[in-house]
Design a protein around this ligand. Sequence first.
Ligand code: PEP
Ligand code: MG
Length: 657
Amino acid sequence: MKILSGKTGAPGIAIGPVMLREDHVRVFNTETAEPAQEIKRFDAALAVLPDRFSDLLSSAAPENRGILEARKMMLEDPSLLDAIRAGIRSGKTAEAASLSVTEEKAAALEKNENEYLRSRSADLRDIGRFLADHLSGRPDRSCPDVPSVIFADEITPEEISAADRNNVLAYVTRKGSPASHASIVAGNCGIPYLYGVDPDVAVLRSAALVAVDAAEGKLILDPDEGTLAELTRRKAEDTRVRIIRDVSETGIRVCANIGSPEDAKQALRYGADGVGLFRTEFLFMKKETPPDEEEQFEAYRSAAEYMQGKEVIIRTLDLGADKQASCLTLAPEENPALGHRAIRVCLDRPELFRTQLRAILRAAVYGNIKIMFPMIASIGEIDDAMEQVRLAAAGLNAEGIPCRIPPVGIMVETPAAAVLSEELARKADFFSIGTNDLAQYTLAADRTGKDMERYYRPGDEAVLRLIRMTAEGAKKAGIPVGICGEIGGDPAIIPLLAEMGISELSMSPARIPKAKQILADLSAVSADEPADEFEAFGAPADGRLIPMEQIPDPAFSSGVLGKCIGIEPESGNIYAPVSGTVTMVADTLHAIGIRSDGGHEILIHIGIDTVALKGKGFTCSLKAGARVEKNDLIMTADPDVIRAAGLNATVILVLLK
Ligand code: PEP
Ligand code: MG
């Protein structure tokens, strides 16, 4: 066993084989004696690419299709293909020419003054490897064939969004930074990400198994049995939904940051109380043309519908600096983080802004949506942005299209906004503090800069004072204030934020259970009483949490049997929510009772009216009197069999009276 240290990009634990991205190109000859034949082989491989892409596109998640389409476009670029053919004519094989031509072009791009063009060099290298993989009959390297931990020099947010989430267990990279959008997207997708690891590649390659403990900042090569058992236990606790007491006593809601409507599923899975930040710029990335009003409307409406009435804060476009979209080229700037970005771009391009606002106002009819403007640094900017909201509403009303102006808030992510918070609070319905940028601008430290961690410290006293000042400004005006920067999910800082009067913390979905646990502990401590055991229960199944009142059976939803929680299951695995003794297993296996070590009587009831199935679709080998440990797999109950019988498959956990 060997342990290497790294830094947390996105928390989580993963165990599996490692795939070195640089290895994932098949070994091939680099020289050819028959260039004409080789060009024919190259052209034949290109001819089947459209079919390969239509297969990829038809199976891709909607949020990943734009990226694939952009990749397809790049592969159709005649100047690129001609350069590769020229390389082949000079004696290189098609694979070697693809790699060398894309490398040359990427290296040239890296020297470009335009930050956006520089950032595209990684895409070009990607395309080169993709072509070499394709020519040598190897599948797309960003999609390993078996579930694997991917090791790479660095990783882009686009690559993470395009990844097959079933086969990417975790990312480990040499380069990275905690507030980069790669870290943020990995967190949104629930993929553990560890950066700053610089292993001996030969040693890494020879590891049969690796464990990534991204929360603790460790990459463990060939973990021993004890370590493996401990990590497996922690992973089960971390990745499964934890049912915890309603933390409303603290008055703080714990919400999710998302980048696509599909991310809302992760949000619900981890028990989010809402979406505190929908980063809409991710809908624009890797698209040839900006999404039109209809496409945006669908995206916002479906996020709101997924969240089933819970609040969804839609942030208007925050493009610029390290977030660029090729469909909206921004003029090159010396200091893009201090230049035309976010609300400035929107106010400069009213037609772009208006399209987005129209889509949001229309979607607001279908759910609990709020609007939020990023990067506000002056009072005039809110006035101007609000004017655009009113114009968008007036246009829709004149056209007879249903719409609603929802509450409108602002992000406090410039020191100017924090200092002016009292005045700004009179103009906004709510604040959300973007500590990722607030720290960057307060400490004059690039959030994505190499070796900037010494200077970029979101928990620095200077940043905390600005947060406190903002919270006080909001309080005076009587508006709520949340935090949607990464600090909101930092276990060490949450208690301080709670004490400052922050009413909402929004974070990567995977951080939610821990944050809720901390808040529940805080409220238990302040109430000077031990926490009720229910809050420490594990979930009996993976899936979406359903509050007691929404369980579709009055026997449970009325609470007459005791406090209940439902889970719409994603798989058929049923786990012990506590350690204890089995008290009964129904003959038809649809229910199991457990007495916890703390003396609670628990019932796990699978589905509604499932007694009628007479055990079909269920397996359980436990008998009354058996001992179970928390998170043990105690039975299986196939939700598809239950649903196919026309029954509801909700797994219900009842804390019997
Ligand atoms: C922030 O700056 O804290 C924030 C949440 O916005 P983003 O990370 O998208 O810039
Ligand atoms: Mg920001």
